[in-house]
Write a protein that binds this ligand. Structure first.
Ligand code: UDP
Length: 195
């Protein structure tokens, strides 16, 4: 994947369509891929802490979510193709998933929110089987159970909607045991989808 380096963070130069193509190959590979949708706050947070920088460096793909990231790349003289917002990428993956018969797991947000988001996505993309739904309010004690439930459902796509401080480190720490080929932090997207 062609990238542009923004303050040490390698951001993908693929457009939305190219991003979906790369993730289609990721699904076929069955190897775990963490997709980070980068905004300027996350890049600043990476500069601020070794831990955050490490999860950025270990991510398989960082896409330019925010307009600020697109602007920074342009200013640095190595522009990206276009914005690739997380929620748009989620929809684009569900759309491609309809054609390829993928399955998805939704993890995060409050219980009513994630249930409603799942039901709306299922209506909009009936050929993508939603194999699991779990709210994002769980602690260390429940972690192993959450991971086991996802492992057993073997989804192609795992969308994780938790706060920015928790979601990326959690995905980074558990992506190998989760064994899901496309794992993406989507922040407040379930709230948006559920209306
Ligand atoms: N969330 C969650 N578990 C938590 C904290 C937050 O599932 O422990 C969910 C929250 O319900 C919302 C999403 O994470 O759907 C994004 O939360 P917020 O907007 O507070 O985080 P930010 O994106 O501002 O970091």
């Amino acid at each position: 994947v062609p990238v542009t380096s923004i303050l040490g963070v390698d951001v993908s130069k693929l457009d939305m369509q190219g991003t979906v193509q790369v993730l289609e190959r990721a699904v076929a590979s069955r190897r775990p891929h963490q997709i980070i949708t980068a905004n300027p706050i996350m890049i600043m947070a990476a500069l601020d802490s070794e831990d955050n920088m490490r999860s950025m460096r270990e991510a398989e793909l960082i896409v330019p979510d925010g307009a600020g990231v697109v602007w920074a790349a342009e200013e640095l003289g190595d522009p990206v193709a276009e914005r690739v917002p997380g929620i748009d990428l989620l929809h684009a993956l569900m759309k491609r998933g309809e054609e390829l018969g993928w399955t998805a797991y939704l993890l995060g947000a409050a219980e009513e929110v994630v249930q409603e988001a799942a039901s709306r996505l299922q209506k909009q993309y009936p050929k993508v089987r939603i194999v699991g739904v779990r709210n994002g309010y769980f602690g260390e004690a429940e972690n192993a159970g959450v991971i086991e439930s996802i492992r057993q459902s073997q989804p192609d796509l795992l969308f994780v909607a938790r706060d920015a401080k928790t979601q990326e480190p959690w995905i980074a720490r558990h992506k190998q045991e989760l064994g899901v080929p496309v794992i993406m932090g989507v922040g407040g997207s379930f709230d948006v989808i559920s209306g």
